[in-house]
Design a protein around this ligand. Structure first.
Ligand code: GDP
Length: 416
C-alpha cells in the first residue's frame, strides 16, 4: 500500500457558517478551568545590593510578610536565597518562588558577583531540559523553577549605572526577562528622577543591553503596555507600614515633611510595576521565558551535544539520522581508542621485553665473568696444591735421607 501525503493549502480551507450549537465555543472555559485546577507558578529573581530594599518590595508586592532575615554585608561571595510560597487569591493558587541575591556588590571581584546568578539561571534551564529528554516525563508534577523575571534593583544615586550593573545585565539579558527598577525612589527628587531614568535607558541602549519590553502585539493590552514601556525603569518604593492619610490608612513611608504613599501613582511607580508584573504580563513573561530564553539554551545545548537540523549538504536531517550518525561516530571513536590502546600496550610490552633481555644479558655476562674468575682461582689453587705436594714429597725425601745418615741414640724407644 502506498500512502500519498495530502497537505491542504491555505486557500483550500473553507469557512463554513454553522447552523446550530456545537459547543466548541466553550474551549476557552475548559482552558481556564484546567489552569485554575492546576494552579500557577511564578519565579522571580531579585538582583541588587544588600539593603537596597529587595525583601521589602517583594513583601509589598504580595502584601504579605514573607518573614525574611536581614542580610549582612560581610559575605565573602555572592549567594542566592531561594524561598517558595503558596499564595491564594480568590480561587487561584500561585506557587511563588523568590530568589534573592545575598552579598551582591559587596565584593571587589565583579565576575564573582554575577557568575552565581548566571549559573543558577542555567541550572534551572538544564533541569527542565533533562526532564524534557526523559523517556517518562512528568510535567504535571514537575516544579518548573525557570526564572520568569529578573527585577534588577538600581541604586538611587541619580548619577549613572555602576559597572557591576552593566556587566551583570549584559551577561543575563539573553537568559532572563529583565525589568530594571530604581530602588528606594523616595530618596531622589522628582526632577532628578526623570533625568536619572533617561540616563539609565540611554546607558542600557548604549551598552546593547536588552531589557524586557511589555508586549504591544496584543490589542487588549497594547495601549497600556506601550505607555508602560515609556516609564521604564520603574521607580519603586517598598513599605509594609500602615500610615494614616486623612481618614484612610495607607501603606507608605512617613517623613517629617509628609507621607510617601506606596500605592499612589503620583508618588512612585509601584502600582505600575505590580499591575504589569502580576496582572497584565505574567503569562507573557512565562511565555517569553519558554519561547525565547529556554529555547536559546536548549538550542545551544543540543548543538553542543552534536544534534543538528541540517546535514553538511544543507539537507534536513532527522533526529533519528543524527542519533545513528552519532552512534556510528561513537562506535568508530571507541574502535580507534581501542586500537590506540592496544598499540600503546604492545609498545610498552616490547619496551619492557627489550629491557628484560638487556638485563638478562648483563646478568649472563656477569655470570660468565664470575665463572671465569672462579675457574682461574681454582686453577691457581690447583697449581699451589701441586707445588705444595711436591714440596711435601721433597720434604719427606729429605727427612728419610737424614734419618738414614744419623743412627738412633736410644734403642729402647717405642717405635710409632
Ligand atoms: P534587602 O537586603 O535588599 O532585602 O533590603 P531590605 O528589604 O531588607 O531593606 C533594607 C532597609 O531599607 C530596611 O530598613 C528597609 O526599611 C529600607 N527600605 C526598603 N525599601 C525602601 C524604600 O523604598 N525606601 C526607603 N527609604 N527605604 C527602604
Amino acid at each position: 500500500i502506498r500512502y500519498v501525503l495530502y497537505q491542504p493549502r491555505e486557500d483550500d480551507l473553507r469557512c463554513l457558517t454553522l447552523f446550530g450549537h456545537f459547543g466548541f465555543e466553550c474551549l476557552p472555559h475548559q482552558l481556564v478551568n484546567r489552569s485554575i485546577q492546576q494552579g500557577f507558578s511564578f519565579n522571580i529573581l531579585c538582583v541588587g545590593e544588600t539593603g537596597i530594599g529587595k525583601s521589602t518590595l517583594i513583601d509589598t508586592l504580595f502584601n504579605t510578610n514573607l518573614k525574611d532575615k536581614k542580610s549582612s554585608h560581610f559575605y565573602s561571595n555572592v549567594g542566592l536565597k531561594i524561598q517558595t510560597y503558596e499564595l491564594q487569591e480568590s480561587n487561584v493558587q500561585l506557587k511563588l518562588t523568590v530568589v534573592k541575591t545575598v552579598g551582591y556588590g559587596d565584593q571587589i571581584n565583579k565576575e564573582a558577583s554575577y557568575q552565581p546568578i548566571v549559573d543558577y539561571i542555567d541550572a534551572q534551564f538544564e533541569a527542565y531540559l533533562q526532564e524534557e529528554l526523559k523517556i517518562r516525563r512528568s510535567f504535571l508534577e514537575y516544579h518548573d523553577s525557570r526564572i520568569h523575571v529578573c527585577l534588577y534593583f538600581i541604586s538611587p544615586t541619580g548619577h549613572s549605572l555602576k559597572s557591576l550593573d552593566l556587566l551583570t545585565m549584559k551577561t543575563i539579558d539573553s537568559k532572563v526577562n529583565i525589568i530594571p527598577l530604581i530602588a528606594k525612589a523616595d530618596t531622589i527628587s522628582k526632577s532628578d528622577l526623570q533625568i536619572f531614568k533617561c540616563k539609565i535607558m540611554s546607558e542600557l541602549a548604549h551598552n546593547g543591553i536588552q531589557i524586557y519590553q511589555f508586549p504591544a502585539d496584543d490589542e487588549t493590552t497594547a495601549h497600556v503596555n506601550s505607555s508602560m514601556n515609556e516609564h521604564l525603569p520603574f521607580a519603586v518604593v517598598g513599605s509594609m507600614e500602615e500610615v494614616k492619610v486623612g481618614k484612610r490608612m495607607v501603606r507608605g513611608r512617613q517623613y517629617p515633611w509628609g507621607v510617601l504613599q506606596v500605592e499612589n501613582e503620583n508618588h512612585c511607580d509601584f502600582v505600575k510595576l505590580r499591575d504589569m508584573l502580576l496582572c497584565t504580563n505574567m503569562e507573557d513573561l512565562k511565555e517569553q521565558t519558554h519561547r525565547q530564553h529556554y529555547e536559546r539554551y536548549r538550542c545551544y545545548k543540543l548543538l553542543k551535544m552534536g544534534f543538528t537540523d541540517v546535514g553538511p549538504d544543507n539537507q534536513p536531517i532527522s533526529f533519528q539520522e543524527t542519533y545513528e550518525a552519532k552512534k556510528q561516530e561513537f562506535y568508530d571513536r571507541c574502535l580507534r581508542e581501542e586500537e590506540e590502546l592496544k598499540h600503546r600496550f604492545m609498545q610498552r610490552v616490547n619496551e619492557k621485553e627489550a629491557a628484560f633481555k638487556e638485563a638478562e644479558k648483563e646478568l649472563q655476562d656477569k655470570f660468565e665473568h664470575l665463572k671465569r674468575v672462579q675457574q682461574e682461582k681454582i686453577m691457581k689453587l690447583e697449581e699451589e696444591r701441586r707445588q705444595l705436594e711436591e714440596e711435601i714429597i721433597e720434604f719427606y725425601k729429605m727427612k728419610a735421607s737424614s734419618e738414614t745418615l744419623q743412627p738412633p741414640v736410644c734403642t729402647n724407644l717405642r717405635k710409632d
